[in-house]
Design a protein around this ligand. Sequence first.
Ligand SMILES: [Ca+2]
Ligand SMILES: [Ca+2]
Length: 222
Amino acid sequence: MRPAFYLELQSVIFKSGNGLESSPYSLEDALPTPTPTPTPEPTLTPTPTGYIVSLGCLSAADLLNTGDTVYDAYMNIHGVTNVSYRASYLSPDDLATTTVDSVTKTASFALVPNGTYVLTVKSDGYMIRDILLTVDGGNVPLGDKSLISGDVFPDGIIDGSDTETVFSTIGLAYGELGYIIDNDFNRDGIVDGTDSEIVFFNLGKDSSWYPNDGWPENGYYQ
Ligand SMILES: [Ca+2]
Ligand SMILES: [Ca+2]
């Protein structure tokens, strides 16, 4: 005869089955509900807007290739003509910079937004040239913006201080103490009679000698 507790347990099992079939919960209920993967929003890449601003600069130096790599590297880095533009004449920060290509004598900026800017062309020993630039719905070819050489003290005028500086270094070649590329206008590695002739030829000129740069007729804007 089976003990009474055994019959009682059998009765319980019979009534509840195996415990799974009668359970109100399923295995799926025990797993976390998968979160539907959200449909990614289309990436809104802003369409670049802007226009090309280009210019020529025939005064820019040719690239040197003398075979002396150290000499060439120095002259080709420090003898370049730089171009930049900024938001206004008084703005301290350039929005973009580039250099004039030594072969094509051109430089350009892409994607310049509509607006007004001051574009600056400069090279050591040359008179800085500021150009009033307006971009308004189209590319802007500025034409040739060559620089006047001789402003070794870059104050916008070629005067006695510039000629004296050049004279003080005549005869000095690259590698010699005292040679500076600012005084070597034709970038041939020596400050000589050619450079002194250049600074004398331009003596007395100021930034008003840069025509058609968008400034008032007298050329002054400071
Ligand atoms: Ca000067
Ligand atoms: Ca020279």
